[in-house]
Design a protein around this ligand. Sequence first.
Ligand SMILES: Cc1cc2nc3c(=O)[nH]c(=O)nc-3n(C[C@H](O)[C@H](O)[C@H](O)COP(=O)(O)OP(=O)(O)OC[C@H]3O[C@@H](n4cnc5c(N)ncnc54)[C@H](O)[C@@H]3O)c2cc1C
Length: 265
Amino acid sequence: MLLREVEYAKPASVAEALAILKEHDGARALAGGQTLINVMKARAASPDMLVDLNGLEELKGIELAGDGTLTLGAMTTYTELMASAEARARPILGEVCATIADVQVRNRGTLGGNVCSNDPTNHLPPLMCAVGAEMTIASSDGERTVPAADFFLGVYMTAVGPGELLMRITVPAGKSDGFAAVTLGADGTCIANAAASVNGGVRVALGCVDAVPVLLEASSVDEVGAAVDAAGLQPPADVHASSEYRAHLARVLAIRAARDAAGRS
Ligand SMILES: Cc1cc2nc3c(=O)[nH]c(=O)nc-3n(C[C@H](O)[C@H](O)[C@H](O)COP(=O)(O)OP(=O)(O)OC[C@H]3O[C@@H](n4cnc5c(N)ncnc54)[C@H](O)[C@@H]3O)c2cc1C
């Protein structure tokens, strides 16, 4: 289906982008377009104006600090992250990005677009929660930083409000991470997924089982199954999985991801 007519702006700076977003109620940021253009074609979203973030250098780049902290520009594509020597400081990031969809989607899709769309089947929301990422959001009033655990608010809803932009994602140092998913075909959409981090405590974030990632902490890897049971998951049912089967997958994947993470200590 063709797009309906839409205005288009390509700002030269973040300040200009924020001013346009503030001025136009119906304006939406355009990153890789891999979600937004598709939902516009399906008429599930109908912004009046697209504010193209491509070309904003302030949203690009991957930096590795001396203490191992990674700063990832919101407009970093999956392919750029996979190719980045700096990003190998937290290997799980590139490993998971390499399993997202296909090469076209990975070449265009961005980290910022993935987390800002907060599709519950996406790979990155649970991963960012498990690794303890922080999101920096800008508005015309300045910047604020939100932990990933508080960033995801509902299906397609995040802490990025109208007139705001995600600037960057900060990921602390760590190597003991794991990820496990059951997908529709190889590298397809997730039916259930789990990300785990055992850098210090044991943190597991479950995807596809609720509107936002379900973040759990366990005293040890052996306690992860009990932590999932205690969470009382009531996942949605769909054509791919009943609620009970998805809950079962979540438990199996949580344990698998946590063991994967512990194996990398
Ligand atoms: C065939 C196909 C299969 C896919 N399979 C998967 C999959 O298995 N796993 C997975 O995780 N993803 C999957 N995706 C989604 C893909 O990863 C998208 O790239 C991603 O969800 C959105 O990123 P984008 O850069 O394309 O964002 P866009 O589509 O441009 O934007 C998405 C949303 O985020 C907002 N946004 C983007 N950047 C910012 C910013 N900096 N600040 C504020 N708001 C912003 C936009 O306004 C829009 O609402 C798939 C996509 C396709 C087409």
